[in-house]
Design a protein around this ligand. Structure first.
Ligand code: IPE
Length: 251
């Protein structure tokens, strides 16, 4: 099964500076682009993961951490709400989207994140498009609560499913090096020189640098990794061929 994974950044579909607001116009455009990719059969299977944006990040910021029962439950609650909205829009645009609660299929054991990948694999084999998200999850060793970001989930799933493609759709058009979007970015060579330009607002899981760092050691098992902006045409290109603008991330 040729699996393509796409992460839709939380700040693409919501406003990180404004709590609980969804950018429906952008979400709809991205959903249409993803539906076109499915129709064109660019991939046998698609997995979608979205971030927390003005939902999860805002709540975790407000509580200061996720490490209390109240903070954990509130985070899970708002992220589920965002996921339901994302799934609804995807369904309206024709995607056979199935929301999967990350906290139900993932757990930490200390620093390592475990995901019930068999469940995800079965669902995609049945022709559905699972939609997971960055979430608060339980650490079953430490008996604590932690955040598994959408990026953590993506890299891990892409690694476990040996994804053919992993595409990060972000607020920025790619990885900036020397003031412009780099065509290619090597994790082993270029990470030291990275300028981090955040999108502002609430972010409790780190910016571009953190996103890239998480790929170290996993990228070898993944076909191609791209970081692109949210222009629907570019998103489609990144999933199906090669994006005109954007960064290819290599080992
Ligand atoms: C964050 O996920 C999830 C929570 C804060 C609960 P991400 O870190 O992937 O979210 P974005 O894409 O940066 O918004």
């Amino acid at each position: 099964l040729r699996v393509h994974i796409v992460k839709i950044g939380g700040s693409v579909i919501s406003d990180k500076t404004r709590p609980f607001s969804i950018d429906y116009s952008t979400l709809e455009k991205v959903a249409c682009a993803l539906n076109r990719c499915i129709k064109k059969r660019c991939a046998d299977a698609l997995v979608i993961v979205h971030g927390g944006g003005g939902f999860g990040h805002y709540v975790v910021d407000e509580f200061g951490s996720v490490n209390s029962v109240e903070a954990f439950l509130r985070t899970v609650e708002v992220m589920r709400e965002l996921n339901a909205k994302v799934v609804e829009v995807l369904r309206l645009k024709g995607v056979k989207a199935l929301g999967i609660d990350t906290h139900a299929v993932a757990e930490f054991r200390g620093s390592s994140l475990r995901i019930d990948v068999d469940k995800v694999r079965t669902v995609i084999e049945m022709g559905l498009v699972p939609v997971l998200y960055g979430d608060a999850v339980v650490d079953i060793e430490e008996k604590s609560f932690k955040i598994a970001s959408g990026d953590d989930i993506c890299w891990e799933l892409a690694y476990l499913l040996k994804a053919e493609r992993l595409v990060f759709v972000t607020r920025v058009p790619g990885v900036f090096v020397g003031g412009r979007v780099a065509k290619v970015f090597s994790l082993s060579r270029d990470l030291r020189t990275l300028e981090d330009i955040g999108v502002g607002g609430h972010d409790v899981t780190g910016g571009m640098r953190a996103k890239l760092l998480k790929g170290v050691g996993k990228i070898k098992s993944i076909g191609a990794v791209y970081i692109v902006g949210f222009d629907p045409r570019i998103v489609e290109q990144a999933l199906c061929l090669e994006p005109e603008v954007g960064t290819r991330v290599v080992e």
